[in-house]
Design a protein around this ligand. Structure first.
Ligand code: PA5
Length: 427
């Protein structure tokens, strides 16, 4: 079960106005749901795409045992989701776990074009045992396409022109983009990202599902969790709608208290990459310069990621005593590990208990300093929970878009940078 709790929030000193604003904003929920449904976005339909799940599982079955390494070439929404799935659902030291314990390939996500990383990846993979997944919604992103051309040329030298094609699989738009053209011309298997699903909302499409299935992650469970999350997202009652409550808290804190930053702080190392994924989602979706009606505004909530307990010793000092511009969203997991790890020389205290005490202590300290916090808690980290978390957090972004009356699904600022990159390269 997933819960959002914020017992301290309205008890903060001088937070009466925040509470009444939160209550009055709650009335917008049914209207916002209608608006969200009218936007033509497809992220909440992804859990129903059984056809593409069957295709992915069939492909995974066909290549099973053929590759020791999977390399994902992708950036932004095409990379952060699978990184999150790997970190959350697989062994923390996955790539160095012996092959017999892994039973599935290693995974490398190359989301940068730093030549030192590209070149040195070659020290740890064998081309003949590598499958490259090239993931790009637009099929034209320069970073991903340049990586693709580099590795395709290398693979052709290693395995020969004909065999090289067997080491690639694409995930891209149904029709648009250069990558789709290459797939058609060269007969490379290609999975489709639905047209109405944007990059940062695509984790539950083949972008996340294909590499996840190749790692042995139960993608059916991921999607059933997402369906459960969607039921909550579509709840018309505020008390049951976690995404709406989260968005309303962020919006009201910004409007009433100039709290413009959201710190996502999981008390679980496995969820650290979820904070990374959420960082893109919040930043790119809500950072906008005009409303849907074209009114000039400068909207944005700055996402920050922190890790409990690690960052208690690096960032918490700032959050307790620094500017009053941050809202801390803790993520808490009731069962972090199936075995009890008792700390010797204590009266049977486990690491899980210590972690939980430290989280509550940090929350209390922030409260005493008058800082707003909330906790998103889950029973355990598994495929179903993660699917639900993706959907709940995407839903909260959709609600934020309605609160601010901005288009949460475009990214003109990113596109402008991409356009200039292409232009400057051509020169
Ligand atoms: O959310 C988005 O649309 C972007 O951040 C993209 O994920 C990112 O720019 C990569 O684009 P593409 O998947 O087209 O290569």
């Amino acid at each position: 079960m997933i819960q959002l709790r914020y017992p301290h929030l309205f008890q903060l000193k001088n937070y009466g106005a925040v509470r009444s604003r939160f209550e009055s904003e709650s009335a917008k929920l049914p209207r916002f749901l209608e608006l969200i449904r009218s936007r033509g976005q497809g992220f909440y339909d992804l859990p129903d795409a059984t056809g593409s799940v069957a295709e992915i599982l069939e492909y995974a079955r066909k290549v099973r045992g053929k590759f020791d390494h999977i390399v994902v070439l992708g950036i932004g929404g095409s990379a952060l989701g699978i990184t999150c799935l790997l970190t959350a659902l697989k062994h923390p030291f996955w790539n160095i776990l012996p092959k017999r314990a892994r039973k599935h390939p290693q995974l490398f996500v190359l989301d940068n074009i730093d030549p030192s990383v590209i070149a040195q990846l070659e020290d740890v993979i064998s081309y003949k045992k590598t499958l490259f997944i090239v993931a790009t919604k637009s099929g034209t992103t320069p970073e991903t396409m340049s990586q693709y051309h580099y590795f395709r040329a290398k693979m052709e030298r290693e395995a020969g022109k004909i065999m090289a094609k067997k080491h690639f699989v694409f995930v891209t738009d149904a029709a648009a983009g250069v990558l789709r053209e290459i797939a058609v011309k060269d007969g490379i298997p290609c999975f489709t990202i639905p047209d109405n699903v944007g990059g940062r909302f695509s984790v539950l499409s083949p972008v996340g599902l294909l590499p996840a299935a190749l790692l042995g992650i139960d993608i059916k469970k991921l999607l059933s969790g997402a369906r459960a999350g969607r039921d909550v997202f579509f709840e018309k009652k505020c008390v049951r709608n976690i995404p709406f409550q989260l968005a309303a808290i962020q919006y009201v804190l910004e409007q009433e208290r100039d709290v413009t930053m959201t710190v996502m702080m999981p008390y679980a190392s496995a969820l650290y990459s979820l904070a990374d994924w959420y960082r893109q989602l919040l930043a790119e979706s809500i950072g906008k310069s005009e409303t849907r009606g074209g009114k000039k505004v400068l909207i944005g909530l700055t996402p920050i990621k922190a890790l409990g307990v690690t960052d208690q010793h690096s960032q918490i000092q700032l959050y307790t005593e620094g500017p009053r511009d941050k809202f801390v969203l803790f993520l808490e997991v009731a069962e972090l590990y199936k075995k009890r790890l008792v700390i010797p020389s204590t009266k049977g205290v486990t690491f899980q208990e210590l972690m939980s005490v430290e989280k509550r202590a940090t929350e209390q300290a922030l409260f005493e300093y008058g800082r707003p916090t909330a906790t998103l808690s889950v029973d355990r980290i598994d495929a179903e929970t993660l699917g639900a978390l993706f959907m709940l957090l995407e839903g909260s972004i959709a609600f934020l878009g309605e609160f601010y009356d901005i288009d949460a699904y475009n990214q003109p600022g990113v596109e402008l940078g991409k356009m200039y990159t292409k232009k400057m390269l051509l020169k």
